[in-house]
Design a protein around this ligand. Structure first.
Ligand code: SPQ
Length: 426
């Protein structure tokens, strides 16, 4: 149970834990590479620890001490057939990217996860991987876990994805690295491109032309050092808190500002928020900077189209922020929210209305009435880390006390969230 009270001020200089998407990929690519990969700034959250445990079960030696990880890669075919099921916990990224990797392996493996994973759609990766030649089965013809995969020889495909999803794109590209010929993925909008950037850092030739990404089969990865920047999706909760609590300002150091992830910065600025990007640099092909954030009076906005994949995980906390803006905020084209750890349209609406917020769900998003005073409430994360943290931020702007049940879900992506919040809040 997490308890939050109305905040008078937020102030300080902080760092947020490592980027979750980049941490997963660093472990995966390190395990498939030849030689040692040393990772610093790794996110020791539950999801990324699930990725480590899956590769350990396939015979890869991985040492992890806080945010330092050493992976002893044995090359692409150095994995061994797992004796037990591979448990991905709560992690969609782990199961979908692993499906692509296992599709290339000459053995049988079973992937499964928790109750939330059991409800998330898998045919979006199973379908194209089957087209490439992999044998994959699961409940409802491969839509749901457990997924039983027997990999082997694959052929490249030219795949037009109906959704902008980095997990779909990554699963296909990873399988494509060992398929015959060229594999391409075309998306309706560009999704986060950490796979493309990190594959390049590991020595792979990846071709990106607009929304099309291609790789040729038969390439090998070489172990290397990876420095993981702070996760902008975690920083987003603190940015929103500063925007909502008067007299606040915060410096968040060393945050990843990959343009496929910075929709939150664009939205905060479009709403009238003051956010400065300082000390910009490139680390392992990924842009990184310090963010200086200042409390601001916000206006409502419209969030839609190509912006959606660039801030999809931030929508719960953007909805919270919008309750305190002047005017209405409309979020559309965000149907993908329904297939995250929870249905995030339904869970944002059910929890945020407990504070007295006025939020109306729509088929592909929600409409939030700004200028609504919030009162402390009894909230449930419903097992979704981002719902837990977004509602904690709402609690900072609400009168009285807010309690968040099932707050341990926050450890999936932001271990230490409650302590950090307590440290910077007056
Ligand atoms: O890993 P998981 O459970 O899917 O996590 C989420 C999150 O909120 O942390 C989504 F629920 O992030 C996804 C993100 O939404 C992480 C991700 C990635 O690392 O490739 C890509 C996005 O999902 P998708 O479906 O658009 O590919």
């Amino acid at each position: 149970m997490l308890r939050v009270s109305k905040a008078k001020q937020i102030e300080g200089t902080i760092r947020v834990p490592g980027d979750k998407s980049i941490s997963h990929r660093a472990v995966m690519f390190g395990a498939l590479a030849e030689g040692t990969t040393r990772i610093s700034g790794f996110l020791p959250g539950a999801d990324c620890l699930s990725t480590i445990s899956c590769f350990r079960r396939m015979g890869i030696s991985i040492e992890q001490d806080g945010d330092s990880v050493t992976v002893e890669g044995k090359g692409w075919y150095g994995l061994s057939e797992p004796h037990q099921r591979l448990d991905v916990g709560n992690s969609g990224t782990t199961i979908r990217l692993m499906a692509g990797i296992l599709a290339t392996q000459p053995f049988h493996a079973v992937l499964e996860g928790d109750e939330s994973i059991a409800k998330r759609p898998m045919r979006r990766v199973v379908g194209p991987l089957r087209e490439m030649g992999a044998r994959i089965d699961g409940r409802q013809n491969g839509e749901f876990t457990p997924l039983a995969i027997r990999g082997g020889k694959l052929k490249g495909i030219d795949y037009r994805s109906p959704v902008a999803s980095a997990q779909v794109k990554s699963a296909i590209l990873l399988a494509g690295l060992q398929a015959e010929g060229t594999t391409s993925v075309v998306e309706p909008h560009v999704s986060r491109d950490h796979t493309e950037r990190m594959l390049k850092a590991f020595g792979i030739d990846v071709r990106c032309e607009g929304t099309r990404v291609s790789v040729s089969g038969g390439q090998t990865l070489q172990g290397r050092e990876i420095v993981v920047p702070g996760d902008i999706s975690s920083a987003a909760f603190l940015i929103a808190a500063v925007m909502m609590v008067p007299n606040s300002s915060l410096v968040i150091e060393q945050v990843g500002i990959n343009p496929t992830r910075t929709g939150i910065i664009d939205v905060v600025r479009a709403m009238g928020g003051r956010l400065e990007i300082v000390n910009e640099r490139l680390v392992n092909e990924e842009p990184v900077a310090d963010l200086h954030v200042f409390h601001s009076e916000l206006n409502g906005t419209v969030i839609e189209g190509e912006l959606i994949p660039r801030l999809i995980d931030e929508i719960p906390v953007i909805a919270v922020m919008a309750t305190q803006a002047k005017g209405t905020t409309v979020i559309r084209d965000a149907q993908e929210l329904k297939v995250k750890e929870t249905d995030r349209i339904a869970t944002v609406v059910s929890q945020l209305t407990k504070f007295g917020a006025k939020v109306t769900p729509t088929d592909d998003g929600m409409i939030i009435e700004g200028g609504t005073p919030l009162s402390g409430a009894e909230i449930d994360s419903l097992g979704d880390h981002r719902i837990g943290m977004a509602m904690a931020v709402a609690g900072l702007a609400a009168t009285g006390e807010t309690t968040i049940a099932n707050a341990e879900a926050i450890n999936v992506s932001f271990p230490g969230f409650a302590d950090l919040l307590a440290r910077i809040t007056k």
